[in-house]
Ligand binder design. Structure first.
Ligand SMILES: NC(=O)c1ccc[n+]([C@@H]2O[C@H](COP(=O)([O-])OP(=O)(O)OC[C@H]3O[C@@H](n4cnc5c(N)ncnc54)[C@H](OP(=O)(O)O)[C@@H]3O)[C@@H](O)[C@H]2O)c1
Length: 251
């Protein structure tokens, strides 16, 4: 297994550090620019940290924001090291340096204080060198039972699919919450519906699981809903999604 330094102290850095610790492979260090956050994370997982000199390692996992990956990657000067980023949407050649380049992409939504079952998270590995790919597959397999290889094209399409399946859906929850709040109705009434909507696609294709006025093209209900929406952006979203659903099922 590779001696690993995690770079960054945000959501993914925190969860990967914890996942490696739980797997019995604690990182040899956490490195980052935000001293308070790096120290807090390193203390929590009980590993050394640094905010200036890079700790020596065989694997550097760059878990910074996408826009910082290129800049941060220039700090690594060891040609024998493996350097991997965790982004779904960037190629491995975003990494700027003479070393083994790779991607180590976990397909999950990571928020700081959430408890996750790391063994269920799909990991997607890409590496220029097949032997390096093999080592990263082993590292990821210590955390998760769902580890695959994916090239950049597959990974960026997975990331796109994840934006629809997670970020957009969550934004729609936020719209529902806004509607409830205006009517002083607790959002929690919607939780059983949200849970069932998510769980039924484990057995049904999403296309076969659709219900509601748009799939039935119930114009009467749709017009009533539209008259209840005062927020212009929300009305645009309602109309666009209704049209998309209607056209999907149109005979
Ligand atoms: N969150 C997810 O659900 C998720 C899922 C899969 C993959 N990813 C990928 O994982 C990576 C990290 O995402 P995240 O959600 O963990 O981000 P995040 O919580 O926003 O954390 C970003 C980290 O990057 C550091 N950073 C930002 N700019 C920097 C710079 N110029 N130099 C050094 N450090 C810098 C931040 O430090 P400061 O505290 O100093 O700003 C922070 O530690 C991204 O590539 C993202 O695409 C995220």
């Amino acid at each position: 297994m590779l001696k690993t330094v995690i770079i960054g102290s945000g959501n993914v850095a925190r969860h990967l550090a914890k996942a490696f610790c739980e797997a019995g492979l604690p990182p040899v260090g956490i490195y980052g620019r935000n001293e308070a956050a790096v120290k807090e994370l390193a203390t929590e997982v009980n590993v050394p940290f640094s905010t200036d000199e890079l700790i020596d390692a065989e694997l550097y996992l760059i878990c910074t924001s996408d826009r910082a990956i290129a800049e941060v990657s220039t700090k690594i000067q060891n040609p024998r090291a493996v350097v991997a980023h965790t982004s779904g949407s960037l190629p491995t050649n975003i990494l700027q340096g003479n070393y083994h380049k790779a991607a180590f992409y976990p397909l999950q939504t990571f928020s700081k204080d959430r408890i996750l079952d790391y063994s269920e998270i799909p990991f997607f590995i890409e590496a220029e060198d097949p032997a390096v790919g093999e080592k990263l597959m082993k590292m990821a397999s210590a955390i998760s039972t769902r580890v695959s290889r994916a090239d950049y094209d597959q990974r960026r399409h997975l990331h796109l699919a994840a934006v629809f399946a997670c970020n957009f859906v969550n934004h729609l929850y936020a719209q529902a919450e806004k509607i409830c709040e205006l009517q002083q109705i607790p959002f929690e009434y919607l939780l059983p519906l949200i849970k069932e909507t998510a769980s039924k696609v484990e057995n049904l294709l999403p296309k076969n699981a659709q219900t509601g006025p748009a799939v039935r093209n119930d114009r009467n209900v749709i017009e009533k809903h539209e008259s209840l929406i005062s927020d212009e952006m929300q009305l645009k979203m309602y109309r666009l999604l209704t049209e998309s659903i209607y056209k999907t099922y149109e005979l």
